[in-house]
Design a binder for this molecule. Sequence first.
Ligand SMILES: Nc1ncnc2c1ncn2[C@@H]1O[C@H](COP(=O)(O)OP(=O)(O)OP(=O)(O)O)[C@@H](O)[C@H]1O
Ligand SMILES: [Mg+2]
Length: 234
Amino acid sequence: MLEMQGVTAGYDGVPVLRDVSVNVGRGELVGLLGANNAGKSTLINVISGTVPIMSGRLMFDGADISKTSAQDRVELGLVQVPEGRLVFPQMSVRENLLLGGYNRKARPDRSANMDHVVSLFPRLGERLGQLAGTLSGGEQQMVAIGRGLMAGARVLMLDEPSLGLSPLFVQFIFEIIDKLHAEGMTILLVEQNLSLTVRHADRCYVLERGVVAVEGASAAVAEDPRTRAAYLGM
Ligand SMILES: Nc1ncnc2c1ncn2[C@@H]1O[C@H](COP(=O)(O)OP(=O)(O)OP(=O)(O)O)[C@@H](O)[C@H]1O
Ligand SMILES: [Mg+2]
């Protein structure tokens, strides 16, 4: 469904990702692992279209979208839930969610998508009128995921959704990811948490300083000594 082919990309002409090939099949849950600064967020920003490709290409549903604008990629259903949640603290939960659903494609489905979000996150349903800035980190992560679903995601890219959350919330967020996966959502999950990710993902990639160091079925990636080395920078 989504195919990054030999992509080199970075900032101000300096490559961060080098010749990276990653693919995500329809309905798959793919984990993208790696240490700090490995290039994980850069990779999903390349898919979102906020970091330009220097060489290589990006295919979606069989079409080359390397030059498609970031806005148009959202319309295609490529939706990112950014690192650090980035909810609008002075707006209510409802307003944050509705903001996700303003693109052309998703607008007609806003009420159905809202029902879906509230059924996944009953806690948000009880707090729709509350300012998002007053929520806990875990609840803000729910808002960020909910906002992504409101946008009509066909591929949901989650950037470190468990970062900084209490163990109970981490467990809950992974249960939600499993549920979305079971509903058929295609998911690219960026994480530093190796053991949790390999337990939930179908396949994983490990990025090490901008290159794919290991890839394969989750269990094989977990056992591969190069995976640990990538984390320890050995
Ligand atoms: N906007 C930017 N301008 C210049 N360099 C950047 C920018 N964003 C990231 N970088 C650099 O690109 C490299 C990869 O960063 P990136 O944020 O993609 O890593 P990451 O794997 O997501 O790390 P983390 O786990 O800390 O979120 C780093 O060396 C970083 O300094
Ligand atoms: Mg990051």
